[in-house]
Ligand binder design. Sequence first.
Ligand code: SAH
Length: 227
Amino acid sequence: MEAEQSQIYALRRVRMVEDQIARRGVRDENVLAAMRSVPRHLFVPDSQVDDAYRDGALPIGFGQTISQPYIVAIMTALLKLDVRSRVLEIGTGCGYQTAVLAELVGEVYTIERVPQLAERAAETLGRLGYRAVQTLVGDGSRGWREHAPYDAIIVTAAAAEAPFALLRELAPDGRLVVPIGAAHGEQMLTVFVRRGDTFEEHEELLCRFVPLIEDRGPEQDDPGGEG
Ligand code: SAH
């Protein structure tokens, strides 16, 4: 029964990749294979399982979403990964994009600011055997210096402007993929490629993400003020 169910989901993934992703022009065969293999329905809340392979984003609690499959595919393809790439992800959410990355590379570092989401994602990823992943709870817009530099950085929340702390953590020729624009409107999915001390910038497509929320840490606090 369970085996039969998982066959049905595998078929839905084949169809999802064909209809929603390949047909729209994503050709990277490694990305397509990764998305045929990650069981998206196991990352969404129970109430969303039936819709897991639909062509859209879905709520995952805490006002957050799991991205549309097509957006996950295109962002992953834009990172131009190979098996040796070291990847940093900002905005773990339910961990689905993290799993797609972990299908492709040996080292994935991922940061989530909502502790409950981070915990649930780590649990799901662990249960499914994604051992290449290290998770951290905190404000990812500041980067994760300990493991830098990264060959690829993906931000799955909307930033108001180019996140400099993340650009700084890119390896030579490393790529940062990030939606840039207004928090509650459309953003431009943007790719930065490090060339020495400068960055090439490419605008790819319009998209709509939940906002990247920058938590003010001790070193950014106001020095006093009115009580
Ligand atoms: N990649 C996710 C998409 C999650 S939505 C998936 O596949 O499900 C974006 C996530 O970014 C949310 O979970 C939100 O809590 C998180 N987020 C927002 N600002 C953040 C920040 N500064 N640092 C880390 N995570 C952040």
